[in-house]
Write a protein that binds this ligand. Structure first.
Ligand SMILES: Nc1ncnc2c1ncn2[C@@H]1O[C@H](COP(=O)(O)OP(=O)(O)OP(=O)(O)O)[C@@H](O)[C@H]1O
Ligand SMILES: [Mg+2]
Length: 438
């Protein structure tokens, strides 16, 4: 049988030879130096001592490097700690609040106060004492409840209270939070000034509300008084002046019956003028009377106003109505009627326009009124506007919870747009007074 020496077999033989040599060296050591020449023994020892020394040196260097790293880490930590402390110190100095640390039983352990005079008791009296020994009994009970709540909650528990201090009664807000597992941090802020200004603000708001209600009451009463007065004047015009003019006309005509033709002609002219005045007084009496829109219906009443204005002032007033309910609350229809009268009077007086348009529309549960002209316009916010017309329109609409808008600018005409809820009732003020409708 032939034995071929392949590379792998050669590798195995080499390993076996190396193992045999190693075992021989080991046993040589085991048999002690007696079986080896002293020179060889010295060389082996020197080599081993060298290896051990190098190992020790490496270990020492690794240790030193580790110590250096640790020291620099410690230094960094110390720096961070110092920076943190400085930050916390600055924060505390900037805080106007008092800070108290208590244990979970409610015993004061530590505190921070910008000024000791801000404390309810001197530190030596409360440190180490229970909250019950320091605070008034009812407040101590509230605090204990808040501590218990804070210990089981992640959110701060806020407690507001007042204390009699040497400077007077002060109000505080304590925000109580759990601090670690067994401590409580209470951050206390003096809110005396804030509470006083809140109270002043609330008082001011209440006074403002009251004066607003007073103003509304006054406006409502003025409008009612105005309507009552218009009613009286309307009655006087109708029952007194109209009658007297009619009698005057009859008298003048009778006087002229037996007169010469020249005088008769002149008397006829006078009679025609008296008739014209009587007609005008009659119209005026009707326009003034507050019951007209209710008596006629809102749409015919407003159409009548447009026709009267066109006739009396020589302008064209176009009137459109759409979907206006037949039955509308008296206060709302009188308001719409008066608004159209005043808006058209303003067109005649101020706009210089020869045309105007009035639109009255029922839109869902509201009544929409629009009066437009293409006249000279004006600046609605101008403080110099001194008349009562716009003011009284606005007040009337406000009393019925409606929206009033006037859009105008110089040279661009004027558009009045009003929306009133159809269900609006007369303001509570008027209802309480049981006055006639606005
Ligand atoms: N349609 C309009 N075109 C141009 N200017 C107007 C128009 N309506 C109102 N103004 C301006 O607004 C002002 C205030 O109108 P408002 O009706 O309040 O008072 P007034 O008509 O002057 O007086 P009053 O109505 O008390 O008799 C008017 O003086 C006028 O300058
Ligand atoms: Mg006016």
């Amino acid at each position: 049988m032939t034995f071929t020496l392949t590379p792998s077999r050669r590798r195995v033989l080499k390993t076996l030879a190396a193992l045999a040599l190693a075992r021989r060296v080991d046993s040589a050591f085991a048999q002690s130096t007696t079986s080896l020449p002293p020179k060889l023994v010295n060389a082996v020892y020197t080599r081993q001592i060298l290896i051990i020394t190098v190992c020790l040196l490496v270990a020492q260097m690794v240790l030193i490097a580790a110590l250096l790293v640790r020291r620099s880490r410690l230094r960094l930590m110390a720096d961070a700690l110092r920076a943190g402390e400085a930050r916390h110190g600055a924060l505390l100095r900037a805080l106007p609040d008092l800070l108290f640390v208590l244990n979970r039983d409610g015993v004061y352990l530590d505190y921070y106060a910008p000024e000791v005079s801000g404390l309810y008791a001197p530190p030596e009296c409360f440190l180490g004492k229970h909250v019950r020994d320091i605070m008034p009994p009812d407040l101590a009970v509230r605090f204990e409840r808040a501590f218990a709540e804070a210990l089981v909650s992640r959110e701060p528990v806020v407690t507001e209270y007042a204390l009699d201090m040497t400077s007077g009664r002060c109000e505080y807000e304590a925000r109580i939070v759990r601090c670690g597992d067994d401590k409580i941090l209470s951050i206390v802020r003096d809110v005396t000034a804030r509470k006083a200004s809140e109270r002043a603000l609330a008082d001011g708001e209440a006074a403002l509300r009251a004066s607003h209600i007073d103003n509304q009451t006054l406006a409502a009463r003025l409008i009612v008084a105005q309507e009552t007065e218009r009613q009286r004047i309307s009655r006087d015009l109708h029952d007194d002046l109209s009658q007297k003019l009619a009698v005057l006309n009859i008298e003048v005509t009778r006087l002229a019956a037996d007169s010469p033709p020249e005088i008769r002609r002149r008397v006829d002219d006078i009679s025609a003028s008296v008739n014209e005045i009587a007609e005008h007084v009659h119209d005026l009496s009707h326009q003034l009377h507050p019951s007209r829109p209710e008596a006629l219906g809102l749409v015919p009443a407003i159409r009548g106003v447009c026709v009267d204005m066109s006739r009396q002032h020589g302008i064209t007033v176009e009137f459109r109505d759409d979907d206006v309910p037949l039955r509308i609350d008296g206060a709302i229809s009188l308001c719409a009627y008066r608004l159209v009268q005043e808006a058209l009077r303003n067109v005649v007086k101020h706009s210089g326009a020869t045309r105007a348009r009035v639109e009255l529309t029922g839109v869902g549960s509201t009544l929409k009124l629009v009066v437009v002209d293409e006249g000279r316009g004006f600046v609605p916010d101008a403080t110099g506007l001194s008349g009562l017309g716009l003011l009284s329109m606005r007040e009337r609409v406000k009393l019925l919870d409606g929206e009033f808008g006037i859009h105008s600018e110089p040279g661009m005409g004027t558009r009045l747009e009003v929306r009133m809820p159809l269900a609006a009732s007369v303001s509570h003020v008027l209802a309480a007074d049981e006055q006639s409708p606005v």
